[in-house]
Design a protein around this ligand. Structure first.
Ligand code: GTP
Length: 831
């Protein structure tokens, strides 16, 4: 703004005196010829509040030329230019009021020209004068330059589909072919300010409001909106407009452009949808999900994770993941996080979470790192699956694999696992441990007589009694069958172990009540002491087993400590046992047959089947007791019967007359339920008559359970099977019982014959036995006739039949057949 002193000195204003003719012509000349426009204006009086107005008093030629107003003098400004800018009249008012000149620089839109000059007070009151130059050409050049710069800027910012321009008020001032081509709007609609009709109705209000704000604040306009395309489709666009500013900062016009962003919107929409989907999955997933920052602080948790741990979302977001991790899972969790932070691969952890209620949750946590665009570690996301049930199932499986299902006691595997940990511990602390090996005595008959269920009930009760007999820190395990093991911790004096063992023996000896039954069972117990009898569970177990074997040998219901010297015997027995097991599995037996002669007719009347073990130098006197004590005799006995039956059939086929085969039945087989039925069934299966087989049973077997024996023998006899009482004289039998049994033969044990057949005592006993047999109506058989003298002796005693090496040795089935067919079956030389 210029001050008074800026007024040009030569300016013909207040000093102009048109009254002087000379001066007047000079003034006129100057006034009319000057290049600058000039006008003298007089303020018009107005009603208060009415906008001010001025009347043209005088104008020069340049004024008319530049403004195009030729008849302005005498008219008011508002008359000749109704749209005159308010700010122009304001500046006139100011000069008039202050009586100080003002610089003028403005675009007079009503005249369409740029002016620069001075407004100054005239001398007459209410008058002002304006001296100006039309600088439109220069201004347009400047403007064009600025516009092109603006356009260039906006062009650079994107590939615009349409350009357009408005005046400072936002009214379109120029045609925009690109807009019209793109939107399909007509030229008329565009010029008539109907451009906004191309905006989607849903966007229109928002966009127009933003446009008004931009106009008011001169801020760049930027909006995303849908525009109707020429083909009547809606297209997402970005509309940007920037004001073109004058040097004084006022807006000359707005330059805008419209960019098709439908592709970008499509991508954004897809992104939004996928984020929404992700969010839904996250929030509604049936697995727990949690996101943490680099420090493990939880930043996002889903509903399921909250449910799993019993916390609210708010509570969890204020916590660190370590706050909800069980102490024992912390090291693995921290290690996994550190590995991920260092670029390691995704990890799967099985860990325990700590719930709000203090409980725990087993979970599988699949953890992945969250990384920024530069690969920088930004946190973690974990998918958490509750594996409580699986863990429980695993635990149940593990429990099942370590426990005996019948008694619930630890099994062999667990005993070994436990001892593997406990024994080294005890060694470090110099503690003695006693291992008690228990085997119930004569348990098999319980099963055989009363059935497996009763046997099971006895085993369960035995387990309870064992548990009740030891301390909490001791372990009771069931090895299998009727075998139990007890590990007594920190026994100190071995005597303590013996006391416990005897206590247990007495508890087991108490009657077992199963239903109506009251059963008597006892146990044999072997003890080995750690570390003196063995440094590991294998050795301790095997030594206690040997001691238990010894206890059985000593009559059962007994306790024995391991003793190395006994171990030698026990070991030998056990070695036989092992070999015997293989032999039973591999059928490594055969039979020999020893003829039995009738002394009167000197004919072979039967043969005794004798068991032989192939390839083993172990005789029946050694292996049969082992087979009996281990129960293997049952399998062997069954095989023996079948083999004898097969042989009998084979001899018949070879043309031999029926030769009954006498088979030895052990006490173990004899006491088995259904023995007679099985034997008769087998004979039927083999197509043999009952008299093809004779049963030799010992006195001891009969006396063990006389009622049972009587029933079996009657069944056999009734079916036509002959019964032979073996080893007569060794069992101290009660004759009262013997007379009641359905026997056919008595076999006098060789011990009564062999020692001294000529001694008078021997003769008296043999004589009595033969007499007894005869009195009972039984045939009497002498065995062990190994010499001529013995043959004479037994014959003299009145025995009916005899067998022995002197008469014929045991021979194979084929050899006997040959021997028989060769005519040896009738020993003519017997006398
Ligand atoms: N009821 C029942 N019997 C079983 C079970 N496991 C094994 N047995 C039987 O237990 C018996 C074990 O018998 P042994 O120890 O060999 O013989 P024993 O009759 O006890 O004779 P000794 O041990 O020599 O005194 C066999 O008859 C097995 O069939 C089981 O789980 N339940």
């Amino acid at each position: 703004m210029a001050a008074d002193e800026d007024r040009p000195a030569a300016f013909p204003g207040a000093d102009i005196q048109p009254s002087l003719p000379n001066s007047e012509s000079k003034y006129e000349l100057l006034f009319e010829k000057m290049e600058q426009g000039f006008c003298l204006l007089e303020r018009l009086p107005g009603v208060s509040g009415e906008p001010s107005n001025y009347r043209y008093v005088e104008v020069n030629r340049a004024f008319k030329r530049e403004t195009g107003l030729h008849d302005a003098v005498g008219k008011s400004i508002r008359e000749v230019a109704p749209n005159v800018e308010a700010h122009l009249l304001d500046s006139f008012d100011k000069v008039e009021a202050n009586q100080r000149s003002e610089r003028l620089e403005a675009y007079v839109a009503s005249l369409g020209i740029w002016v620069e000059g001075t407004v100054f007070p005239a001398h007459a009151p209410g008058q002002i004068a304006v001296l100006f130059s039309n600088v439109s050409a220069r201004k347009r050049a400047e403007l064009a330059l600025r516009e092109s710069e603006t356009r260039q800027r906006t062009l650079l910012e994107g590939h615009a589909q349409a350009f357009w321009e408005t005046d400072s008020q936002g009214r379109v001032i120029d045609d925009s072919p690109s807009w019209r081509a793109w939107t399909g709007q007509t030229h008329e609609a565009w010029i008539a300010q109907k451009w906004h009709l191309a905006i989607h109705p849903a966007d229109r209000t928002r966009v127009l409001q933003a446009w008004q704000v931009a106009l008011a604040t001169k801020a760049t306009f930027n909006a995303e909106l849908r525009l109707r395309r020429a083909d009547d489709t809606w297209c997402w666009t970005n509309v940007r407009a920037a004001p073109v500013l004058d040097s004084d900062g006022s807006v000359l016009k707005w330059v805008g452009m419209t960019v098709d962003i439908s592709q970008q919107k499509h991508v954004e929409e897809n992104l939004r949808r996928s984020e929404e989907r992700l969010h839904k999955i996250f929030s509604q997933a049936s697995t727990g999900m949690v996101e943490t920052d680099v420090n493990g602080q939880m930043t996002m948790v889903n509903r399921k994770f909250c449910e799993m741990l019993g916390y609210t979302e708010g509570e969890l977001l204020a916590m660190n993941v370590t706050d909800v991790t069980a102490a024992e899972s912390l090291p693995s969790t921290i290690a996994a996080v550190q590995a991920l932070a260092c670029g390691g691969p995704d990890a799967v952890l099985e860990k325990r979470y700590l719930r709000k209620d203090g409980g725990y949750m087993w979970a599988q946590s699949s953890v992945s790192a969250l990384r920024g665009p530069d690969g920088q570690f930004q946190g973690l996301v974990a998918i958490v699956v509750d594996i409580g049930e699986r863990k429980q199932a695993q635990e149940r499986l593990r429990h099942a694999s370590l426990h005996d299902p019948l008694t619930g006691l630890p099994n062999r595997t667990m005993l070994f696992e436990y001892a593997g940990y406990q024994l080294p511990h005890n060694r470090r602390h110099h503690r003695r441990t006693a291992l008690l090996f228990l085997d119930l005595d004569r348990f098999k008959p319980v099963n055989d007589s009363h059935g497996h269920e009763v046997g099971d009930a006895v085993l369960q009760e035995a387990a309870r009694r064992l548990m009740a007999s030891v301390r909490e820190e001791d372990m009771v395990a069931r090895l299998g069958g009727d075998e139990f093991v007890i590990l007594l911790q920190d026994t100190g004096d071995p005597q303590y172990a013996a006391e416990v063992a005897w206590h247990i023996a007495s508890r087991i000896a108490e009657p077992f009540h199963v239903g109506e039954l009251a059963l008597s069972v006892s146990t044999s117990i072997g003890i080995s002491i750690f570390p003196q009898d063995g440094d590991d569970i294998d050795t301790l177990l095997s030594h206690a087993d040997m001691a238990m074997y010894q206890a059985k040998q000593n009559g059962r219901n007994n306790v024995q400590f391991f003793c190395p010297s006994h171990a030698v015997v026990a070991q030998a027995q056990m070695a036989i046992e092992r070999k015997l097991k293989d032999a039973v599995r591999g059928n490594a037996f055969h039979l020999h047959y020893q003829p039995i002669f009738e002394l009167g007719s000197r004919r072979v009347v039967s043969v005794e089947a004798l068991l032989r073990w192939n390839a083993a130098d172990i005789g029946p006197d050694r292996f049969i007791p082992v087979a009996e004590s281990t129960g293997m005799i049952n399998s062997i006995g069954k095989w023996l019967l079948r083999e004898a039956a097969r042989q009998s059939r084979s001899w018949r086929e070879a043309g031999l007359p029926p030769v009954p085969i006498s088979v030895n039945v052990s006490v173990i087989e004899f006491r088995e339920q259904g023995f007679a039925r099985r034997l008769l069934g087998m004979l039927a299966e083999e197509g043999l008559k009952p008299d093809a087989i004779q049963v030799e049973v010992t006195e001891t077997a009969i006396m063990e359970n006389i009622d049972h024996a009587a029933a079996v023998l009657f069944e056999l006899k009734q079916a036509g099977v002959k019964i032979l009482l073996d080893d007569f004289g060794t069992g101290y039998s009660s004759l009262a019982y013997l007379v009641k049994l359905p026997l056919n033969k008595l076999k006098i044990d060789k011990t009564f014959i062999l020692p001294s057949p000529h001694s008078s005592a021997s003769q008296a006993v043999t004589n009595a036995m033969v007499a007894l047999g005869r009195a009972l109506g039984l045939e009497v058989v002498a065995e062990g006739v190994e010499s001529e003298g013995l043959l004479d002796f037994v014959q003299g005693q009145g025995c009916h039949q005899a067998q022995g090496f002197h008469l014929a040795p045991p021979m194979s089935g084929a050899a006997f057949c040959e021997w028989y067919l060769d005519g040896h079956a009738r020993q003519a030389d017997l006398h």
